[in-house]
Design a protein around this ligand. Structure first.
Ligand code: GAP
Length: 441
């Protein structure tokens, strides 16, 4: 059946409460989106999946949550004030603005169709700024962070002195970042405000190349565990003219979004660039005293930098499927990994009477402690399954007359639509096992 398009995703997200346009009642704000009841659950779970992978499953990575606004010198030291720019052109006829590297400057304006109307490309700094306190002048400027990474670098010594980490070790952080993007399009792919999941891994100089390989392999394996189809992911190595100002080497993990292959995550070899610059600009010693041989050095850094909100778009795109079940009978199904599905278990009474609904409610309440549940007693059972398929609920439980007699229920699996009979007392354990052993078909 039909392939996934951005229009279909935007429509499903709006219809089912995943993502809404920001300030929609005022006509919307371009490049900003709000996460609805199901969207916030999905986003939080993708974040938690990453956090668990990085911190709980590694014994040498610790967490951090730094402030969004930082001392303005941070951004001078990091190079963002001087270098964090995109080339921009305006159409002199219709005033539309474009990234100069995203359009053909010899061709007609994509909005008004006029030729030869573009201004000369100008460098445009992507950082949003505001003023601290009542006086609006250059001395009161602060920036909204364009990456979370700098919060990690400036806290390197704090973490070292207050936790028992030794090199090699990492610091992980999830949080908002802001960029005044020249063009925002493709739904939540590129937005003004977004969330990043970043990890800086500090290593001994000379060991950076093997750790770079380690993190490339580890990050690809992570997407497999998240249930993302392997053939939708690939690496792209940055050429010399693509490398960011801080990077010695960089690979993007790209995903095949509905609009084509695009960057999902960056794995960057940042050398000692950032720690060295902070040492210089702040005048503080950022070196590490290695207890292994009593040498002092500035560690090298391997960074893994994934967009959380962009990962949500990946998860939505990868999960979407339209299936024709039989002549004229179709369903839209979202194949979310059960660990990130906004609703994990739906419970339905087959009928509302004869104590069936009471038993179903009781089962649903018993499962709440461990799973996100949803109770639904309205409409035909087939329609209730379809509604759950469309929001990606992996398990549906139906309570019927037999349930009252033998304390068993029907457990239905979203992907295969297979149904099995399970004793009520074994439901929790069965669902936990299914989540642990889930594989995308
Ligand atoms: N600290 C390194 C860094 O920020 P980046 O390649 O500029 O590197 C990392 O960004 C990731 O952040 C990207 O791979 C993408 O997933 C996400 N990202 C960047 N800009 C974004 C935007 N405007 N909207 C949504 N996600 C964005």
């Amino acid at each position: 059946m039909g392939t996934v398009t951005m229009e279909k995703l935007v429509s499903l997200c709006k219809r089912r409460g995943f993502v809404y346009q920001s300030s929609e009642i005022y006509g919307g704000l371009s490049g900003a989106w709000d996460y609805g009841p199901l969207g916030v659950e999905l986003k939080n779970r993708v974040r938690d999946f990453w956090w668990k992978e990085m911190t709980q499953l590694h014994d040498n990575i610790v967490g951090l949550d730094a402030a969004i606004m930082m001392h303005p010198k941070v951004w001078e030291a990091s190079g963002h004030v001087a270098n964090f720019t995109d080339p921009m052109v305006d159409c002199k006829k219709c005033n539309s603005r474009f990234r100069a590297d995203h359009i053909d400057l010899e061709a007609a304006c994509p909005v008004c169709g006029n030729k030869g109307t573009f201004t000369e490309p100008r460098e445009f700094n992507l950082m949003f700024s505001t003023n601290l306190g009542p006086v609006k002048d250059d001395s009161s400027i602060v920036y909204l962070r364009p990456e979370t990474a700098q919060g990690i670098f400036v806290n390197f010594k704090n973490v070292l002195q207050t936790s028992r980490v030794k090199i090699p070790f990492g610091i992980a952080q999830v949080g908002k970042a802001f960029r005044n993007e020249v063009t925002t399009k493709n739904f939540i792919f590129r937005t003004l405000e977004f969330e990043q999941m970043e990890m800086q891994f500090f290593v001994r100089p000379g060991e950076d190349e093997s750790w770079f390989e380690y993190w490339k392999n580890s990050r690809i394996a992570y997407y497999d565990r998240l249930g993302i189809r392997k053939d939708k992911l690939r690496f792209h190595q940055h050429g010399p003219d693509e490398l960011a100002h801080y990077a010695k080497d960089a690979f993007d993990i790209e995903f095949e979004f509905p609009m084509g292959w695009q960057e999902l995550e960056g794995i960057h070899s940042r050398t000692d660039f950032d720690l060295g610059r902070h040492q210089e600009f702040a005048g503080k010693d950022m070196q590490y005293l290695d207890p292994a041989d009593n040498t002092r050095y500035l560690p090298y850094v391997i960074e893994t930098s994934a967009g959380l909100t962009r990962s949500v778009l990946m998860v939505l795109s990868d999960a979407y499927e339209e299936q024709e079940l039989s002549e004229g009978d179709t369903r839209v199904v979202m194949h979310f990994h059960p660990s990130v599905a906004p609703v994990m278990v739906a419970v339905f009474p087959l009928v509302k009477k004869d104590g069936i609904a009471d038993l179903a409610k009781e089962i649903e309440q018993g499962l709440r402690e461990d799973f996100t549940t949803f109770y639904d007693q309205s409409g035909a059972i087939g329609r209730r399954y379809r509604r759950m398929d469309e929001i990606g609920t992996p398990f549906c439980i139906t309570v019927d007359y037999q349930s009252k007699e033998d304390q068993s229920v029907t457990l239905r699996f979203r992907d295969s639509m297979e149904q099995v009979r399970v004793p009520i007392t074994e439901l929790g354990e069965r669902i936990r096992t299914e989540i642990r052993t889930y594989e995308r078909v």
